[in-house]
Design a protein around this ligand. Structure first.
Ligand code: SF4
Length: 136
């Protein structure tokens, strides 16, 4: 058990932000424990939190972006995917104005990430078209 350790973090599944301890054994993520004394969850997790480690090593997990060109889709680098999205976003905004696009954030993101999406929409692109799944 000398290679066993826990790493404190926040559950990735919703905006509640429950505290959890990742169990790491032999360099591999093996489980999750509730973080007793955490100010949000105080040692409790829902079933999603308890199983939140399972996707990390899943063989079905996408490991890189995929771009479809015509009938073919293939893996590309993150830089290429971001370049394509940024180029197309700029093209649409240039042709149709900033209110022709919108941004949708996620409760699975951190507050900081959602704040940055708001900044990107309002300060960079120039639109107030921004929404969030937690509002629904
Ligand atoms: S444990 Fe459940 S309630 Fe807590 S953050 Fe994760 S998904 Fe949300």
């Amino acid at each position: 058990m000398s290679d066993y350790r826990t790493v404190p973090t926040i559950c990735p599944y919703c905006g509640t932000g429950c505290g959890m301890l990742l169990e790491v054994f032999g360099g591999e993520l093996t489980g999750v424990l509730p973080w007793k004394g955490h100010p949000v969850s105080d040692g409790k997790l829902c079933i999603k939190g308890w199983t939140s480690h399972e996707f990390v090593g899943s063989p079905g997990r996408l490991a890189s972006p995929i771009i479809r060109r015509g009938d073919a889709a293939g893996e590309v680098s993150t830089d290429e995917a971001i370049g394509l999205v940024a180029g197309e976003l700029k093209r649409v905004v240039d042709e149709h104005g900033p209110d022709s696009v919108g941004f949708i954030c996620s409760a699975k993101c951190t507050n900081e990430e959602n704040y940055l999406v708001g900044k990107l929409a309002r300060a960079v692109v120039g639109t107030n078209n921004i929404d969030h799944c937690a509002r629904l």
